[in-house]
Design a protein around this ligand. Structure first.
Ligand code: EPZ
Length: 418
C-alpha cells in the first residue's frame, strides 16, 4: 500500500495551478446516461460526452468504470458503487432511461451516516417504486412501471448530489418538475448549464427553486462539451497552505467568487493575500502569526464543510481559542485525535464542535488518511510539523487530488510516495 513520507518546515514558493473540479465533473460524467449515441439511442451512449480539464483522480476513474459496466438491465456495479458516494449520481438517469435500476447503498467518505432518503423520496414522488433486497437491506431495486412524471418536490434537507440526481431524473421525465429548497453550490449550475447547452430546459439553477421541463424519455443529443472548472476545494486547501507556508507563492486559476466565506475567514485570521485576476498570491506568509477565529460550516455560500479539516489545521497555528462548528456532517471531526497526537491542543466538545487552543507546535507522526479532505489536512499538518510524517491509506487522497505529491513538490514541499 502506497504512503507518503513528508518532511515538514519548508517554505512554499513558485506557482501551482488548481486542477479540474471533482465535484463538478462527477455529475456531468454521470449525466452521459441521458444522451443518445451518435448512431442511435439503442446502445453506445458510453463515453459520448467530452470533458476538458477532467481531473485524473480515482473518483473520476471509478465513475467511468461504473458507467462502462452499466447496461439496459439498470444494474449498477456493486463493488464499484461501494467505493464512492457519487455512485448514486447515475441512478436517477438509469431509472428514467431503462425503467429500472438496482444499486447498493453508496460508499465513500465515512463522515457521518449519509442516508439517501431525499433521493428515494424524490423518485417515489415521480412515480417510482422502491424495494429493498431481502438478503441485504441496504441494496435497492427501483422500478418505474408507468414511467416517471414531473412533480413539485421540496427537499426536506438541502442536498448537493440529491439536487443533481433529481435534476437529471427530471430531464427524462414526463412533464415539468419543480425542485424547491435546492442547494446553491456552483456545481449545480455547472451541471444545468452543460445539460441546457445540449438541449435540456432547466431554469433557476443556482437559486433555491429549479424548474425542469421533462422530455418524456427523449434522450439528449450531444453537441456541446464540458470544461471542468477549477476545483474550489483544492483552491481553498492551497490557500491554507499559502497562508501557513507561502513565500512568493502564486496559486493559479483561483475563482474567488466560489469561496466567499472562506476568504472572509482567511482575512479574519490575519492571512495576507493578493488577488490578481485569477491568481491568489501570498508574498510572505511563512511562519507569520495568525489570529484565532470561529468557523461554522454551511451550504453555499457558507463555509464549505470540505474545507473544515484543512482550516482546523490552520487554526492550530493561530493565537488564541477558536471554535469549529461542523453543521453539515455528524462524523467529520474524527481526524482530530490524530492532530492532537502531533501536538495540537484541540478539545472535541461533541461530534459537531471542537475548540482549538493555539498556537501549537506540531511534530511529525504516522497517520492514516480517513477520507479525502482529512487526508489533505494531514498533508498540511505534516508540512508545517517538525520532523517527518508518514501518511498511510493515500488512496483516499488520490480519490480527490491529482498527483498531489508531485505538484506540491514543485513548489518546494518534501513529499515522497513510497
Ligand atoms: C456533496 O456530498 C459532496 N460530494 C461532498 O464532498 C460535500 O461534503 C457535500 O456535498 C456537502 O457540501 C459530491 O459532490 C460528490 P449532501 P453529498 O447530500 O451530496 C444529509 C468530498 O470530499 N442527507 O449535500 O453526499 C447528509 O447526511 C465530498 O468531495 C440526508 O440526510 O452531501 C448531510 O448531513 C465529501 N439524506 C447533509 O444532508 C439524504 O438523502 C448534506 O449532504 C442526503 C443527504
Amino acid at each position: 500500500m502506497a504512503k507518503f513520507l513528508i518532511k515538514g518546515g519548508r517554505a512554499l514558493e513558485g506557482e501551482i495551478k488548481i486542477n479540474g473540479s471533482k465535484n463538478a465533473a462527477l455529475p456531468v460524467l454521470a449525466s452521459s446516461i441521458l444522451f443518445s449515441a451518435l448512431g442511435g439511442p439503442a446502445s453506445g451512449w458510453k463515453n459520448i460526452i467530452e470533458i476538458e480539464n477532467l481531473p485524473n483522480i480515482e473518483d473520476t476513474k471509478r465513475m467511468k468504470e461504473l458507467l462502462d459496466k452499466l447496461d439496459a438491465d439498470g444494474k449498477i456495479d456493486y463493488e464499484i458503487a461501494k467505493k464512492f458516494r457519487a455512485s448514486i449520481l447515475p441512478v436517477g438517469g438509469a431509472l428514467a432511461r431503462f425503467g429500472k435500476v438496482s444499486f447498493p447503498h453508496p460508499g465513500g467518505c465515512v463522515i457521518g451516516e449519509r442516508p439517501i432518503d431525499v433521493f428515494l423520496d424524490g423518485w417515489k414522488a415521480m412515480g417510482a417504486k422502491t424495494k429493498l433486497s431481502e438478503n441485504v437491506p441496504t441494496d435497492y431495486v427501483i422500478t418505474a412501471p408507468e414511467g416517471l412524471f414531473g412533480v413539485d418536490y421540496t427537499f426536506k434537507i438541502p442536498s448537493v448530489t440529491g439536487t443533481e440526481a433529481l435534476i437529471m431524473t427530471a430531464v427524462l421525465a414526463r412533464g415539468t418538475t419543480i425542485l424547491r429548497n435546492a442547494v446553491l453550490e456552483p456545481e449545480i449550475k455547472y451541471l444545468a448549464d452543460f445539460l441546457n447547452a445540449n438541449g435540456a430546459k432547466i431554469a433557476g439553477a443556482g437559486t433555491t427553486t429549479i424548474k425542469i421541463e421533462g422530455r418524456s424519455g427523449e434522450l439528449l443529443k450531444y453537441s456541446a462539451r464540458f470544461t471542468a472548472p477549477p476545483d474550489r476545494i483544492e483552491a481553498g486547501s492551497f490557500a491554507i497552505l499559502g497562508a501557513l507556508l507561502g513565500k512568493n507563492l502564486r496559486i493559479k486559476n483561483f475563482v474567488a467568487e466560489e469561496l466567499p466565506t472562506f476568504l472572509a475567514l482567511l482575512s479574519n485570521v490575519g492571512a495576507e493575500y493578493i488577488i490578481e485576476n485569477k491568481d491568489l498570491i501570498f508574498i510572505n506568509s511563512y511562519k507569520k502569526t495568525l489570529r484565532a477565529s470561529n468557523v461554522i460550516t454551511k451550504e453555499f455560500p457558507g463555509f464549505p464543510t470540505d474545507l473544515q479539516a484543512p482550516f482546523t489545521v490552520l487554526l492550530t497555528q493561530a493565537d488564541g481559542q477558536s471554535l469549529v462548528h461542523e453543521t453539515v456532517f455528524e462524523g467529520r471531526l474524527n481526524y482530530i485525535q490524530d492532530l492532537n497526537k502531533m501536538g495540537s491542543r484541540i478539545t472535541l466538545c461533541d461530534p459537531h464542535r471542537a475548540i482549538i487552543y493555539g498556537p501549537a507546535k506540531l511534530f511529525g507522526r504516522t497517520m492514516e488518511s480517513p477520507d479525502i479532505r482529512a487526508g489533505l489536512a494531514f498533508i498540511i499538518a505534516a508540512l508545517i510539523a517538525e520532523g517527518e510524517s508518514t501518511i498511510e491509506n493515500i488512496y483516499q487522497i488520490d480519490r480527490g487530488y491529482e498527483n498531489i505529491d508531485y505538484r506540491l513538490c514543485s513548489i518546494g514541499a518534501d513529499i515522497k510516495r513510497v
